[in-house]
Ligand binder design. Structure first.
Ligand code: FES
Length: 169
């Protein structure tokens, strides 16, 4: 048998060609995707919009709005600064906070008749349930049935030179 002696260079060149031939065969086979890079993919990608982590979102509220009520709202926050204006109101969890003729009050927003969410009437500074028409004073007392039980009222304290409200109850 004839023995063929290859120099190191000849051996490596043959090995390189073999590898290239193998890759060509592999890429032309059924596994085309294995040979394409991400940059070759014509599918457009949707840019992602940076989002603020949930823990850093400024809601203007600190404290507990459920269970034992004890929270503070920032009246300079965009969602709450309107409360400095007479006749304005907003909801925080199950509480309605309203500026009733210059006094900010906080009551349960849940009608004591059948549980609908009450509205504030800025003109008269009182509350009305849109469901069956019960009305409540600014302190939560019933002024028109069918409700017979007062709305729960929460304590409201003005803090920070009138720029924060602490609501407890
Ligand atoms: S639920 Fe409010 S009046 Fe009936």
């Amino acid at each position: 048998m004839e023995e063929i002696q290859l120099s190191r260079g000849q051996f490596l060149r043959q090995l390189g060609m073999s590898s290239a031939a193998l890759m060509s065969f592999y890429c032309l086979g059924t596994s085309m995707t294995a040979c394409t890079s991400a940059s070759d993919d014509p599918t457009p990608t949707t840019p992602t919009t940076p989002t603020t982590p949930a823990g850093n979102v400024d809601t203007g509220i600190t404290g507990s709005t459920t269970g034992t009520i004890d929270f503070t709202i920032d009246l300079t926050h965009k969602d709450f600064k309107k409360l400095k204006t007479e006749g304005e109101f907003t909801y925080v969890a199950d509480i309605i906070i309203a500026n009733a003729k210059g006094t900010i009050v906080a009551l349960s927003k849940i009608c004591t008749h059948q549980g609908s969410t009450i509205d504030f009437r800025g003109g008269t500074g009182d509350f009305k349930c849109p469901n069956h028409g019960s009305e409540f004073t600014s302190t939560g007392k019933v002024q028109k049935d069918p409700a017979v039980k007062a709305l729960q009222a929460y304590k409201v304290e003005s803090l920070n030179s009138g720029n924060s409200l602490k609501i407890t109850g």
